[in-house]
Every structure is written in C-alpha cells, then in structure tokens.
Design a protein around this ligand. Structure first.
Ligand SMILES: Nc1ncnc2c1ncn2[C@@H]1O[C@H](COP(=O)(O)OP(=O)(O)OP(=O)(O)O)[C@@H](O)[C@H]1O
Ligand SMILES: [Mg+2]
Length: 481
C-alpha cells in the first residue's frame, strides 16, 4: 500500500513539535499542520484528511474537542491523540469517544509512523465495507426497482414507510410484477442490515412438508423425519420471513401460521415445547385472497393478520411508461453479462415492446431483452432478434396505452390503432415524458431533467421542441403553478 498520497494532519500548539513531525514524516505522507482548532477545522474542511494526529493540550483548547469536531464531518479522518506520559486514562477516554489510538509523548517517531499506517489501512478497509454495502443497497434496495411511472409511486412510498417497522406486509400482484424484489427491498431497508431474510415457497411443498419447513420437527415426528430439524421461523429469528405464494397453503397450516404470527411462538412438529420467535413476516401472492376468503379456502382471521399493510404491484401493461427505463436497464445488464458492447433497440423493436400487453410482466420483458441481446451480434436489436411471440404482430398486442388517460394535471389522449404502429412517433412519446416530468416537478426544469436522467441543457432544447409542437400552453400553465 502506498501512503504518500495519504493526508495526515498534525495539530500541536508548539511550533517545534509541528516542524519536527513534519520533517520526520513528510517522506511518507502528505503532511499538513495546524496550531489550533480553528486552523485544523479549516484544513479538515478543504482537504480530505485521512489521519489527524492531535496533541491533547492545544494552548487553552482541548484536543478532545477537536477530535469530536473532526469525527462529526461527513468523511471523518481517523483520529490519533498525543498525550503526555502518564495520562493513559485520558487517552482511553478519547478512544471511547471515537479516537482510533493514542501515542505517548515523548514521541517515538517509528512507533508513530506504524500507528498512522495502521490507521490508514483501517480506514480503507472501512471504506471498502461501506462501498460494498452501497453496492448491496443498489442491488436490493429501492434503487434496484426500476420505474418512474405514477402507478409505481404508491409502491415506493409504502415500502419506505413500512420497511423500518415490524408490520406484516402482504404483497399482491400478477406473476412477474416484482413481488419478490419488493420483499427484498423491504428487508434491506428494515434498518437491520445484518438480520437474515429467509424465503419459503409455499406452493412447492405438500402440507406436511410445509409445516415441517416452517416450524421444524423433532426426530421421528413423522415418517421420514430421521433428524431433528429447525424450521424457517426459527432460522429467521430477528429477521424477515418471506412467505411466497401464501395463497397456496392449506387450511390446517393456516391455523398454525396464524398462531405463530399472532402469538410470536411456534412448536416444532412432534414437540410441545413452545419457542419464542421474533420474526417480521412479508408474504406475496398472485391469487385473489379476498375471493379465496369468500370461497372459504383462506381463513379470514389469517387474511387480516397478514394484511396489516398491503402493496399491490401494478401490471406492466398499466405502466408502459416504465418500459423504456426497464429496457435500458436490462440491455445494460445482459450486454455486460454477455460481454457485448452496449446494444440498442431499433425504433420498430421498441414500438413492438410498447404495443405488447405483457401478461408475464417485468419477468417476461426481461427475458425478451435477454433473448434480443443473445441473438443480436452487431448493429441494433431489431424485431427479428426478439422472441417469436413478439415477432408476429397478430398476437397479444393491444392499443397503445402510453400514457393514456388522466395523468397529473392534463389529459393525454392515446395514439394509434390496435395493430398500426406506424403512427406512433418516438419523438412524440418523448415529448409526453417531458410533459409528465414537468408536471410531476411542478414545472421545475432542473428537477424534471434529473427525473429523466438528462442534462438541463437537453431539457431546455426539448422544451423548445415542445413550444414548436404547440404544447407550450401546458408548460406555461405548469410554470405558473
Ligand atoms: N421494477 C423492476 N425493476 C427491475 N427489475 C424488475 C422489476 N420488477 C421485476 N423485476 C425483475 O423481474 C423478475 C421477476 O420479478 P419477481 O420475481 O420479483 O416477480 P414476482 O412478482 O415475485 O413473480 P412471481 O409471482 O412469478 O413469483 C426478476 O428478475 C426481477 O428482478
Ligand atoms: Mg415471486
């Protein structure tokens, strides 16, 4: 590891100590010096200091106060305290308050150098961990859930609200709409990052196996139970239990589940010992549970227990505005995965995607893009590279819905007939996005540009186009509000 670009700030009120330390250390590190808290604070503000070494006594000021200040800035340095021999108790106090280590005066330069290097190493490991965490957030937090449409806003809002609580969440929606993704986001935003999330796919298991999966069993409790086994409830203790396809569980397991959630206790099969569990339950279904309750196949008391907060995932056909963003993300993902340079879609292919009604929702779109990326070797992904169901245009297409009906403050009529794609003009669609963004940001151009991921200058240019297209009155109207 190289240290010469690491910034070390030395704070001491005695000039000869500052000068001495600078001379001894400046071959190894990038050294800054300060004589008091004010000077040190200025340097901390303007430089990204890696390590701060401060004397305990700074004239009338205290190095301890400086450490406290330094640790409160956004990217705090690692702090070391220099103390007079015999004041170890003060040094320990400093470490309790967040200092990394201390060195006793008179200073041994070699020792100081080692301590500084160790501090720098710690700091870089810490920032690696931070970066990893950010990556995980990116992958599983809300950032990974793509969608700017109005239809998705209540979903995001509810996730943010409910994630840090203990409330049971029921996620409903068609297959492939992102229910599992949402459950992960809820878990990851729960504020208990180290807690575990355990998933049970309820549909895959028979009645007895599901019960044993959920609650565990003692040895010999049923034929085939040769070993004692801990259930998923116990495994998820302190974390999240995700029950996927909850609509598939039979009535007798429903009773046990109700008890486990309601009383926060379980019993393993073949045992009557009661075990306390502290588990946050999130479940998902693509069945209509209310209907099932009416038909008597789902217990109403369990339904009410599970449905403390519910999230309904909108089908992709109701949020076609998100298709462009999703396609962009999936193109990036699969081009990277297949080590291809970034591919684009032809206008016709994009129009085809926008016209299709996506019964398999986002999962189906994702697979279609993967297909396109794999099949296309050069140039742009065209209709011929898409999966067969998208290639013939007699299939499940429907009238273009982008974005039809009432959106925000103004009406946008839908364009095009059911099987005539030629009058769908991409430029026109783009204008609609611009209008939607302006609407959503109440006419704030900078914010609208951010929302669409374009520069403010591009935004200005697009707005000019809108003026020429005669849509300006709407923009003007928005600006007034
Ligand atoms: N908003 C989204 N942004 C990015 N990817 C998404 C989004 N929604 C779904 N996906 C992706 O689509 C696929 C299907 O999502 P997921 O498994 O969460 O759906 P599901 O609702 O649980 O489906 P099923 O009911 O069939 O289990 C996954 O690969 C997921 O990453
Ligand atoms: Mg799922």
């Amino acid at each position: 590891m190289d240290f010469f670009d690491k910034i070390v700030l030395i704070v001491d009120d005695e000039k000869h100590t500052r000068d001495g330390l600078r001379m001894s250390l400046e071959d190894e590190f990038d050294i800054y010096v300060a004589a008091n808290i004010r000077e040190a604070a200025e340097i901390l503000k303007s430089e990204s200091v890696d390590v701060m070494v401060t004397d305990l006594r700074l004239g009338g000021e205290s190095g301890m106060d400086l450490i406290e200040q330094a640790l409160s800035i956004p990217h705090p340095p690692v702090c070391l305290l220099m103390t007079a021999f015999g004041s170890e108790d003060i040094a320990v106090e400093a470490m309790k308050r967040g200092a990394y280590d201390y060195v006793s005066k008179p200073l041994n330069i070699d020792e100081l150098e080692i301590v500084i290097k160790r501090a720098i190493k710690t700091r870089s490991t810490e920032s690696e961990v931070e970066a990893l965490k950010a990556q995980v957030d990116k992958r599983f937090g809300l950032e990974s859930i793509i969608g700017n449409s109005l239809a998705m806003q209540p979903v995001f809002e509810t996730v943010r609200q409910v994630a840090p609580t203990r409330a049971t969440v029921l996620i409903e929606g068609e297959s492939g709409t992102g229910k599992e993704l949402i459950s992960k986001a809820i878990h990851n935003l729960s504020g208990r990052p180290r807690a575990k999330m355990v998933t049970v796919h309820c549909a895959a298991l028979s009645e007895q196996l599901l019960e044993s999966e959920l609650f565990g069993h003692e040895r010999g409790s049923f034929t085939g139970a040769t070993e004692r086994r801990i259930g998923r409830f116990e495994e998820a203790n302190g974390g999240t239990l995700f029950l996927d396809e909850i609509g598939e569980i039979d009535l007798s397991t429903q009773v046990k589940l109700l008890r486990a959630i309601g009383e926060r206790t379980i019993e393993r099969l073949g045992s009557n010992k009661t075990i306390k569990v502290d588990v946050r339950v999130v479940c998902a279904t693509n069945r209509n549970l209310v209907q099932m309750v009416k038909e008597g196949t789902f217990r109403d008391d369990l339904y009410f227990r599970l449905n403390v907060v519910s999230i309904t995932m909108p089908p992709l056909r109701d949020r076609k505005e998100d298709i462009v963003l999703l396609v962009d993300a999936f193109l990036r993902e699969f081009c990277d995965e297949n080590k291809k340079k970034r591919l684009e879609l032809t206008t016709e292919a994009m129009q085809r995607l926008l016209a299709y009604n996506w019964p398999g929702n986002v999962r189906e779109l994702r697979t279609a893009i993967e297909h396109g990326v794999v099949m296309c070797n050069a140039g742009k992904i065209g209709i011929r590279h898409l999966p067969p169901f998208l290639r013939d245009d007699s299939g499940a297409h429907e009238q273009l819905l982008l974005p039809s009906g009432q959106r925000g403050n103004f009406e946008i009529e839908s364009t095009g007939g059911s099987d005539d794609f030629t009058d769908l003009d991409l430029a026109r669609m783009e204008q609609r996005y611009i209008l939607i963004a302006l609407d959503r940001t109440k006419g704030n151009r900078t914010e609208a540009a951010k929302l669409l991921g374009i520069s403010r200058r591009t935004m200005q240019r697009k707005i000019k186009d809108l003026e020429e297209a005669g849509e300006l009155p709407i923009v003007e109207e928005l600006r007034k509000n």
